[in-house]
Design a protein around this ligand. Structure first.
Ligand SMILES: C[S@@+](CC[C@H](N)C(=O)[O-])C[C@H]1O[C@@H](n2cnc3c(N)ncnc32)[C@H](O)[C@@H]1O
Length: 290
């Protein structure tokens, strides 16, 4: 049994292999993307990690990712979730979709969420500007044959499958999560339960800080000593980040329940383009329906 509420320096796959089965409730993670650093464009060359290269033969990379996904599956308790952040990439014009390898893992793919980041990673004209990344919500069956999983509390399900969250800028790491992202993942599936949260590519510890502020236990791994030291410092001072967490939690509120809306003949769930987005990513009834 690992010591919880810690973050360790190490290789994700090697450390995962030392962990017991069925321990974690939720994993939120973003691996290195195999973007090839310096030989694939001037924007990508800035995404350089402290202690690892991001350049592998694509086949080897995908095999490793499937192995990591399957280890996370093993250490996840039945009914648990993995939110796996990745993006569509191109190599010499060929589109590489993360589903190519996610579908070879043991997980059940519950949903593909679009993370709308609002800024483009490519400024050339080869294709339309790519302003999105993907978050794969993956589930481990609760019991043999379970392909559906537990229903979300409607206060979370009212958020849409497009997450409009700006990327984080932090001089200490090239691409940390904005804290809203792991908060949304963890809070949506755990609701008010306190679970155990994992991030095997923890970077400077955003998922772990989110877990701590939501009252969960956590465990993190990163290959960089420098990032792990920063993660430990952030975890220690997690309270400084609570305001942004509370702002995200504000989005997980239902004004009226489905039953209340149905009783008064108000909107009961069909999407209409006229609907106004009064808060970030949340569907609220338009004026005609009030
Ligand atoms: C996309 S970043 C994750 C950032 C993180 N979500 C955060 O909020 O800071 C990927 C991380 O994987 C780490 N990494 C690269 N190869 C690794 C490996 N083999 N095992 C563990 N961590 C690794 C890098 O050091 C980097 O911090």
């Amino acid at each position: 049994m690992p010591e919880l509420n810690t973050v360790v320096v190490g290789d994700a796959l090697e450390v995962l292999r030392t962990l017991p089965d069925d321990l974690f409730d939720v994993t939120v993670t973003s691996p290195p993307y195999n973007k090839g650093e310096r030989d694939r464009g001037w924007l990508v060359d800035r995404v350089v990690y402290d202690a690892a290269t991001d350049r592998k033969d694509e086949e080897t990379y995908q095999e490793e990712q499937v192995a990591v996904l399957n280890e996370i599956y093993r250490v996840t308790r039945p009914g648990g979730s993995l939110f796996y952040n990745h993006k569509i990439r191109w190599f010499r014009g060929r589109l590489i979709h993360p589903y190519e390898w996610v579908s070879h893992s043991r997980w059940i793919l519950r949903q593909e969420i679009i993370w709308y980041r609002k800024i483009a990673a490519n400024l050339r004209g080869w294709r339309f500007w790519q302003v999105d990344e993907r978050i794969y919500w993956l589930c481990k069956p609760r019991f043999p044959g379970d392909t559906i999983g537990a229903e979300l509390n409607s206060r979370h399900a009212l958020l849409t499958s497009v997450w409009e969250i700006r990327p984080e800028r932090d001089p200490r790491h090239p691409n940390p999560f904005p804290i809203e992202l792991p908060v949304r993942c963890i809070y949506s599936v755990l609701d008010d339960r306190k679970g155990v949260v994992l991030d095997p590519y923890a970077g400077i510890g955003t998922t772990l800080v989110a877990a701590k502020l939501l009252g969960c236990d956590f465990f993190g791994i990163d290959i960089s000593e420098t990032y792990v030291a920063i993660a430990r410092e952030r975890i220690e001072n997690a309270e400084r980040e609570r305001a942004r967490v509370l702002e995200e939690l504000e989005l997980h509120k239902v004004q009226k329940t489905f039953q209340e809306r149905k009783a008064t003949g108000e909107w009961v769930g069909r999407f209409r383009p006229s609907r106004i987005y009064a808060r970030q990513g949340v569907l609220l009834p338009g004026p005609e329906e009030k």
